[in-house]
Write a protein that binds this ligand. Structure first.
Ligand code: TYD
Length: 139
């Protein structure tokens, strides 16, 4: 299968805006309105031990919105040529990750929650888990 030639510059930070009042804030993500794909799956990472890193793979087709629902962490994007580190620390900011990029997550703050909205249901065949394979597929 061909891996997309997307680069780190095809990923974007999206301001989801928030509805604020004295009792707190609400952020809404709605298919067809403020997300560039239809959401088929939501998952979240939590209870992440200090110093731990996650990710370490690429996807053939999956698009993702990554949100720091609580706390903060960094996402390192890599297209085989360029690397970009993005810090997420607000629940109303999403990082849109396009297909074909290697990603790693680190620097999780204590108690942080990484929420991911995904364009596809889980499929192991959509993963590239070996970095050398990734670099070869990007050539
Ligand atoms: P993985 O995507 O490798 O986690 P991370 O990138 O955060 O380190 O997934 C870890 C394990 O969880 C792996 O065995 C597959 C399983 N998993 C599912 O079964 N369904 C899912 O939607 C996800 C994201 C993971």
């Amino acid at each position: 299968m061909k891996l997309s030639n997307n680069t780190v510059f095809d990923c974007s930070i999206i301001d989801l805006s928030k509805i604020e009042n004295d009792a707190g804030s609400i952020t809404v993500i709605e298919n067809g309105k403020n997300i560039p794909f239809d959401v088929k799956r939501v998952y979240y990472l939590y209870d992440i031990p200090g110093g731990e890193a996650r990710g370490g793979h690429a996807h053939y087709e999956l698009e993702q919105f990554v949100i720091a629902a609580s706390g903060s962490f960094d996402v390192i994007l890599d297209d085989g040529k360029n690397k970009k580190r993005v810090t997420l620390n607000r629940p109303n900011i999403a990082l849109h990750i396009v297909p074909g990029l290697w990603r790693e997550l680190d620097n999780f703050s204590s108690g942080s929650i990484c929420m991911v909205l995904a364009s596809q249901t889980y499929s192991e065949v959509d993963y590239v888990r070996d970095y050398k394979d990734f670099l070869n597929l990007k050539k």
